[in-house]
Write a protein that binds this ligand. Structure first.
Ligand code: ZN
Length: 161
């Protein structure tokens, strides 16, 4: 069965950056399962998988425009230290959920001064060229419920509580 719109695809993958550092990998875990054609994964990877079959291996290089987008320097903001009530110690690299106009987003602390904390709301992989080594482990038809929800259920997919 070939990967096409509305198929459930399971993949093993290793993600490295331009320097070759491993950023993420499914190795040692269940393969990642996603619903093809529903934007569950970044466009550059989804497009490269179109038409592939179980057992196929591929190397995919994804530029930021087809990945997590370019960095937006406007998403780097200085906020008063008082916005972090209840947080005893702040250090670069710490992550927080912030409420914004588009809902909740993850921000990373990049700088800590006495009264001002600099946070970055860009996706950590924004602006990066990404390299994926992918092996397709399974391709199957989606169930009607999966299509209705727009995501995969079961191992490697979505779990409802
Ligand atoms: Zn669901």
């Amino acid at each position: 069965m070939k990967i096409a719109h509305e198929k459930v695809v399971s993949i093993h993958y290793t993600l490295t950056n331009r320097e070759g550092s491993v950023l993420d990998s499914s190795s040692g875990n269940d393969p990642l399962a996603y619903l093809h054609g529903f934007g569950n994964i970044i466009p550059g990877l989804e497009n490269a998988l179109e038409g592939k079959e179980a057992g196929e291996k591929l190397s995919v290089t994804v530029e930021p425009e087809q990945g997590y987008g370019a960095r937006d320097e406007q998403l780097v903001q200085a906020v008063p230290r008082s916005a972090f009530k209840g947080v005893e110690e702040l250090a670069p690299g710490m992550q927080f959920q912030a409420q914004g106009p588009q809902g909740t987003r993850l921000v990373v602390v990049t700088q800590v001064a006495e009264d001002v904390v600099t946070v970055d709301a860009n996706h950590p992989l924004a602006g990066q060229t990404l390299h994926f080594e992918v092996e397709v482990s399974e391709v199957r038809d989606a169930t009607s419920v999966e299509l209705e929800h727009g995501h995969v259920h079961g191992p490697g997919g979505h779990h409802h509580h």
